[in-house]
Structure formats: C-alpha cells, structure tokens
Ligand binder design. Structure first.
Ligand code: NAD
Length: 370
C-alpha cells in the first residue's frame, strides 16, 4: 500500500535515543505537541491519524505541515484498520506507542455515540491486539481523562478515588479503556500507562473547547454561555497548559518499563500505571472569561445558565502527587500566562500568518520552528 511504501522510503523514523514511538492522533492537539517534542530530542516518531472532521480539518492539516517540516511523517488511517496497523508494526520496530487518538469532547456524544465506541473502545482494543503480538512488544502510554471521576465529589481527585459514576458516554469509554488496559496487561504482559489529562489548553488547541470558542465568540461580539452549578457557583476546571502535559507524557514514556510478554510470569508482572496530569488549581469558568476579557481587551456578552445534563461535570481538581513522585511531573504555567500564549497563537493563525503561528509550539520545538 501507499503508506507502507512511504514508510520504507523517506518516512522511516530515525532514532538516536533507542526510542521509536508510534504516536496515534498525531495530527491532534496533544499529539502534535508530543510528536514534535519527541522528534526534537532524537526519538524516532511515526504518526497515525484519520484526520476526521470532528473539528476543522484544516487545523489538523496545518499541524501536519509543521510536523512534516520537522521530519515527522503521519500515516493517514484509522486505528480500527488492523491490516494497516500490522503493516506499520511490520515495517517499524516500535519501542513505545503513545496512543492519543480518540473521539474527544463530552457533549458530542449525544449526537454521535457510535464514534466514541468506534475510536475509544474498538480502536483501542485493535491497537492493543496488534501491540501484544509484536515482537518485542512496545510499552503503551495512552490518554485517559479526568472525566472518569464523573460525579465523584471528593476533591482533589486522586487516582484511588471512585470512577464508577461517569457523567458522559465519553467518560464511560475512557473508563472502559482503563479496564481494557488492565486485561491486556494481565493476560499478555503489556506494559501500559494511562494518563488522566485535565482540560488541556494552549496554542494549536481544539476549537470545540470552551477557552477556544469563547475567544472566537468574544472577539465576534457573540454572546457566550457560562454554566453555573446550583450549589457551587460557576463550573470550574483544572486547566492544564499543553507544555506541562507534554512533559508529563514524556515523563511517562521515559519511566515506562518494557513489556514482559505473554503471561508475564517469568520476569515478574508487567507495569500497569495510571496518573493524573492536572494543574492542581481549579479555576471557575467565570474567571476564565474575565482573563480572556483582559487579554482580548473586549467585554464579553455573557449568559449564565444552570449546568444542563449534557455530560459536563461541575468541578475538576487533580491531586498530582503520584505523577510528581513517579514521573517528575511539575506543571509550571498558570492560566493567565497560558491563555496569553493561546491568544497570541490564535490571532496569528487566523490572521493567516502561518509562519508566526508555528512558533507557538512548546519550548523544545520552538527552537526548530522559529
Ligand atoms: P484531538 O481531537 O485534537 O486529537 C485526537 C486525534 O485523533 C485527532 O487528530 C483525530 O483526527 C484522531 N483520531 C480520532 N479517532 C481516530 C481513529 N479512529 N483513528 C485514527 N485517528 C483518530 O484531541 P486532543 O485534545 O489532542 O486529545 C488527545 C487525547 O487526550 C485523546 O485521547 C483525548 O480523549 C485525551 N484527552 C484530552 C483532553 C483535553 O483537554 N484536550 C482531556 C482529557 C483527555
């Protein structure tokens, strides 16, 4: 096939670190930043993405261009395509899989529930099936979500807290992913690390997320809707800046142990880990809006309404002690500083200054791009 030929010729990942990483969802927000950081430090990287139209595909294509310039090739295909995955694993010996492809977003699940089952459950199983049969088996690092805490009201959320009350189908599929991971670890000795991201934001971010469409709507003078919970005031999120998330992902990759192979009996149990990657600093959405007003120098037109049952939870707040101890994770960007960088990118990207907008990747990548 075309992709196989392309991999054999020019796009074969080259590694100077001993890591060769398959990044799924590489044209996505987090996937692009992670791929660039891995590439910059010398890991071999091959991307995979189906470029679906959940949000503006031109944004995904623009990210792809940046990656290609940096030497990261993205194979266009679906994680449900077992034949394609098999070809990739036959062509390249992956030491790690950074699995970031998913159907994201909680509200869209009410419109298209099948896409969550397809990508987050069936696709994940497919990827694990191919990974468990690879020789050597790669270590898997994948994105779960803070949404697994669901209606749990004990804050801050710690990894041991209950996750049996998902508020959305999205959350349910991420929780299912964690349980599926358990079985592949148990039976096949796969080393698997799940990362529960907390509301990631930043340059090249996702247009379906509030900070992004608030920026757009405030600038256009459109009324924005802010949700309020009856007893707790404005809905709050533990917003986490993309560069901090990237460091957490790399920390997880660098501390991942090798898979032990089928059964995992002889060499001891394979690693199975789960970490919160958050910012430990929940911010009410009303405060998010006032920071954006300050940065944009525009007063927002707001409509405050009670939180509907649309899959959103009232509050997220990460306890990150475990990730700090085990991964060396330490978020450093506060919301105002991070939003300034987002807005600067947003303005340059949508004013057509593609060259300048490429400068807003994380610091490691910036050196190469600017
Ligand atoms: P994103 O939508 O920007 O990236 C996901 C990418 O995966 C997209 O480019 C999409 O085209 C691709 N993709 C989707 N389904 C696919 C499939 N079946 N086959 C191949 N490619 C497919 O989202 P993101 O914000 O970069 O999220 C990355 C991961 O982190 C996802 O697993 C998401 O659920 C998780 N996550 C994100 C956040 C956040 O705040 N951004 C929070 C918690 C968890």
């Amino acid at each position: 096939s075309l992709s196989h030929k392309l991999i054999r010729k020019s796009a074969r990942p080259r590694s100077t670190t001993g890591h060769t990483v398959l990044v799924t969802g590489a044209a996505g927000f987090v996937g692009t930043h992670v791929s660039l950081s891995l590439q910059r430090r010398g890991d071999g990287v091959l991307g995979l993405d189906n470029f679906n139209h959940y949000y503006d595909p031109t944004l995904k294509r623009a990210r792809q261009k940046i990656l290609e310039k940096a030497g990261v090739f993205i194979v266009e295909g679906d994680i449900n395509d077992k034949g394609l995955l098999q070809q990739l694993f036959d062509a390249v010996l992956f030491t790690h899989v950074m699995h970031l492809a998913a159907q994201a977003g909680v509200r869209y699940a009410m419109q298209n529930p099948g896409s969550y089952v397809h990508s987050n459950i069936a696709g994940f199983v497919n990827l694990l099936e191919v990974s468990k049969s690879a020789n050597p088996q790669p270590a898997i690092i994948w994105a779960s979500s803070s949404s697994v805490y669901g209606l749990n009201s004990r804050v801050p959320f710690s990894e041991k807290d209950r996750t049996d009350q998902p508020a959305s189908l999205y959350a349910a599929t991420k929780k299912a992913g964690e349980e599926i991971a358990h079985t592949y670890n148990h039976i096949y000795g796969l080393s698997i690390t799940g990362l529960r991201f907390f509301t990631v934001y930043g340059p090249w971010g996702r247009p379906d997320m509030a900070y992004f469409f608030f920026t757009k709507d405030i600038m256009k003078g459109k009324t924005i809707t802010v949700y309020e919970s009856p007893d707790k005031g404005s809905v709050a999120r533990d917003f986490t800046y993309i560069d901090d998330i990237v460091k957490g992902c790399l920390g997880a990759l660098d501390t991942a142990k090798k898979s032990t192979g089928s059964g995992g009996k002889k060499r001891g149990p394979a690693q199975l880990r789960i970490f919160n990657l958050g910012n430990t600093s929940p911010v009410p959405v009303s405060r998010l809006v006032s920071i954006l007003e300050k940065i944009l120098k525009v007063k927002a037109k707001k409509k405050v309404v009670p939180l509907p049952r649309n899959g959103d939870v009232e509050f997220t707040h990460a306890n990150i002690t475990l990730a700090m101890t085990e991964l060396g994770y330490k978020p450093t960007t506060d919301l105002e500083a991070g939003l300034k960088k987002f807005v600067r990118w947003y303005l340059s990207f949508y004013s057509g200054s593609k060259k300048k907008s490429s400068c807003y990747f994380n610091k490691i990548a910036t050196a190469a791009m600017c």
